[in-house]
Every structure is written in structure tokens, then in C-alpha cells.
Design a protein around this ligand. Structure first.
Ligand SMILES: [Zn+2]
Length: 139
């Protein structure tokens, strides 16, 4: 595995289950035991009611592009070879939205409302990043 030069997440006690699941190529979110709200990104409390009682639930990995942007400005040297690259806000089937990237496509192919599904990029030996790809015909 080549050296990874982009920013990586800080893994803390409260978000470790999310990153451990991603490493197994499983996509999970927190569900609040108090109000039932399913939310991402992981946090120490529910973003709806602030309860700290959280479970982890498996997500389908299915969603649609809610919005996206194409980055032409270099904000971090790790992205030099990727310019221009996309950053997408994905509306997940289970309700949460996640900021990620749509991979294996040209930026010109992106549009709001297109169906996507999660894929996993093994960035380092410790970190796997959930990303998305377009759901093509018959998939
Ligand atoms: Zn809650």
C-alpha cells in the first residue's frame, strides 16, 4: 500500500465502532436509544435529543446524491493529483446524510438525484474510508 498523504480521521472511543465496521467493509450509523434518530457522522451524543445512549445499526449503503461540488482549488497537498475532484453530500436511504466522494466516474457524470451505493477505500492499514459509486443500469 502506497503511503497515504490525505487527511485521516481521528479515531476516538465514541467513533471507533464506525471505523472498525468500515475496516470490515460494513457501513453503520448510530441510532439513538432515547428517540430512535439514526445519525451520521458518529458523535458522543444524539444530534436530535443529545442523549448519550447510542446503538450501532447496519446501513444498506444505498442513497442518492443530494448535492455535490467540484474542487478546483487545492486545499491540501494530498489532493494535488486529484484536482479537479468531487465532494458529494449523499442522502442515505435510512435518513442520514454523509459528506463523501463519488468514485469510479467522471465529474461530468454527477448530478443531484442519481443513485449511489457505498464502496470502501482501504486508505491505510488502520483506516478504511466509505465512499460511493454511481448505481449503473441493472445494478
Ligand atoms: Zn435522540
Amino acid at each position: 500500500m502506497a503511503e497515504y498523504s490525505k487527511p485521516l480521521p481521528v479515531i476516538e472511543t465514541w467513533n471507533a465502532p464506525y471505523w472498525q465496521a468500515a475496516k470490515r467493509h460494513e457501513f453503520v450509523a448510530q441510532r439513538c436509544q432515547a428517540c430512535g434518530y439514526t445519525h451520521l457522522p458518529p458523535g458522543p451524543v444524539c444530534t436530535n435529543c443529545l442523549s448519550a445512549a447510542q446503538d450501532w445499526v447496519q446501513l444498506s449503503g444505498k442513497g442518492t446524491i443530494y448535492s455535490y461540488g467540484i474542487y478546483y482549488q487545492l486545499w491540501h497537498p494530498g489532493f494535488t493529483a486529484d484536482i479537479p475532484y468531487n465532494v458529494a453530500l449523499v442522502q442515505l436511504a435510512e435518513g442520514p446524510q454523509i459528506i463523501s466522494q463519488v468514485v469510479d466516474c467522471k465529474n461530468e457524470e454527477l448530478d443531484c438525484g442519481l443513485k449511489v451505493e457505498v464502496v470502501f477505500e482501504d486508505a491505510t492499514a488502520e483506516v478504511t474510508l466509505p465512499k460511493f459509486r454511481l448505481v449503473r443500469n441493472n445494478s
